[in-house]
Design a protein around this ligand. Structure first.
Ligand code: GLN
Length: 501
């Protein structure tokens, strides 16, 4: 096989096209890697060997017949377990959905299947996507391949770890407050949160419907562009799905030209609260872009200070409503108490045992914020803050093309370090949450190694529907930094001590 599992998805796709490698061989190589390392990482909750191999064979046969195939046909992919997959277990990292096998596919999964991407399996995540470390999963934490004593970020730590550890070249994540970008930042991978409404949410198990968005998790900016183009598009089954057209993401990713691009550094998202070396890699990244012809200006978004507070009212409010359907009657777990098993008591017992502490905390918060006497004081005020955040971004984008900040305030922390301190955990998303409140797109691109030789990252934000700008600036920064490093950042990772590649 002349293409190895460390290649980019684009390189794998090219090798498949020329026949240097077959999809079956490529898929088996990834399944073997999962077999080798996932006992240690726990990035996968379910591996779908048979189905992935069947898909790969089908693609190989179609290619042999000379059929016109999608550019990514035959390249394997992993899917976050919050996305429903027909015939394949889907738990959202929760015990309450243990054993549930969905009878339908999410729209984005239909697209992956139609394009011939073998689905390797479902990736681990914080329960119902609530968390920043993948520690709230009911199925045990995922470990960061850079250092297995550390968290891989969250909620999509499984997808990010799988891609960073070469278990999958591509993965799907979801981002409600940063769950694609923050895991990307702490694992040295690329993650994109698309414009709200541009990728169908049909078949995503909803956490907070006005914030949730699915997107790509990859090792290169170009790979994210390729995957994003595949999963985006209008879907009549999602009432918030957009119909607007987009400029080409792959062309933007390949242009690597930032001359004249105005990049605004968000004053409120740097300095204090950000680890010194994370901040240093951010400053160096901007200097590299400036040298390549971008214009760097400072902008202020004064209401970002309140974004985290508003998010932790809006998100739990929506989640408390979305999670009401897990009642022991319709899906997954049902706990029947011995005495007087009335419907109400079955529901209470099922929810009591089926949900973990973080999910319960948020249901309580949300129910409280939505209660009659407090609705205006909490939920209403949070919605007003949301508008102020949107206005801040609108004013900033009148002056600049993209905005920039470090993606996460620190490098990956140790497993267990923040589990007893929900507020400290929530602070991980200080830089990513504002984009979700405003519905705008964001990308996280590795910026180098920071504290303890662990990855740090830069986040770029663009106006709604201008996702192509993220690929332009992200692709350019990746090329500039890789030139200075002499190769991809992941080449400098131990990638699981003691496990050979
Ligand atoms: N970490 C944030 C939270 O706990 C964001 C999660 C997400 O984007 N799904 O809510």
């Amino acid at each position: 096989m002349s293409v190895d599992i460390r290649s980019s998805a684009a390189a794998m796709a090219a090798a498949l096209r020329t026949g240097e490698v077959g999809s079956e061989e490529l898929t088996r190589a990834h399944l073997a890697r999962i077999d080798e390392v996932d006992g240690e990482l726990n990035a996968f909750l379910h591996v779908s060997d048979d189905e992935a191999i069947a898909t790969s064979r089908d693609v190989d046969a179609r290619r042999a017949r000379g059929e016109e195939l999608h550019p990514l046909a035959g390249v394997p992919i992993a899917v976050k377990d919050v996305v429903v997959t027909r015939g394949m277990p889907t738990t959202a990292g929760s015990r309450i959905l243990q054993g549930w096998v969905p009878p339908y596919d999410a729209t984005l999964v239909e697209k992956l299947r139609a394009a011939g991407l073998p689905i390797l399996g479902k990736t681990n995540m914080d329960e119902f996507a609530m968390g920043s470390s993948t520690e709230t999963s009911a199925y045990g934490p995922t470990r960061n391949p850079w250092d297995t004593d550390r968290i891989p970020g969250g909620s999509g730590g499984g997808s990010a770890a799988a891609v960073a550890a070469f278990e999958a070249p591509l993965a799907i994540g979801t981002d409600t407050g940063g769950s694609i970008r923050q895991p990307g930042a702490v694992t040295g991978t690329v993650g994109v949160k698309p414009t709200y409404g541009s990728v169908s949410r049909y078949g995503l198990i909803a956490m907070a419907s006005s914030l949730d968005q699915a997107g790509p998790v990859t090792r290169t900016v170009e790979d994210s562009a390729l995957l994003h183009e595949l999963i985006a598009g209008h879907d009549p089954r999602d009432s918030t799905s957009l119909t607007d057209p987009f400029a080409s993401f792959t062309e933007a990713a390949r242009s690597r030209d930032v001359r004249g691009l105005r990049i605004g550094v968000i004053e409120e998202l740097e300095g204090e609260g950000f680890a010194p070396e994370v901040q240093a890699r951010f400053t160096e990244s901007l200097a590299a872009l400036e040298k390549a012809g971008a214009e760097i200006v400072r902008v202020s978004c004064p209401h970002l200070e309140y974004a985290l507070g508003a998010y932790y009212l809006i998100m739990p409010s929506e989640a408390s409503s979305n999670l009401a359907k897990f009642d022991g009657m319709r899906f997954g777990l049902r706990v029947v108490p011995e005495d007087h098993p009335t419907a109400e008591r079955v529901m209470a017992a099922t929810r009591g045992q089926g949900f973990g502490a973080e999910v319960k905390r948020r249901i309580l918060l949300g129910t409280y914020a939505l209660s009659a006497g407090y609705y205006d004081a909490y939920y209403g005020s949070a919605q007003k803050v949301r508008t102020l955040v949107q206005d801040d971004f609108a004013a900033a984008f009148a002056k600049v093309d993209v905005l920039a900040s470090p993606t996460a305030p620190t490098v990956a922390f140790r497993i267990g370090e923040k589990t007893d301190d929900p507020l400290a955990m929530y602070m991980n998303d200080i830089a990513t949450i504002p984009a979700n409140l405003a519905g705008i797109p964001g990308i996280s691109v590795p910026s180098g190694l920071a504290e303890d030789s662990l990855p740090a990252a830069v986040q770029f934000l663009a106006p709604a529907l201008a996702d192509d700008r993220l690929y332009r600036v992200g692709g350019a920064l990746e090329a500039l930094l890789e030139e200075s490093w002499g190769g991809p950042l992941l080449d400098r990772a131990p990638q699981l001590k003691g496990v050979s590649l």
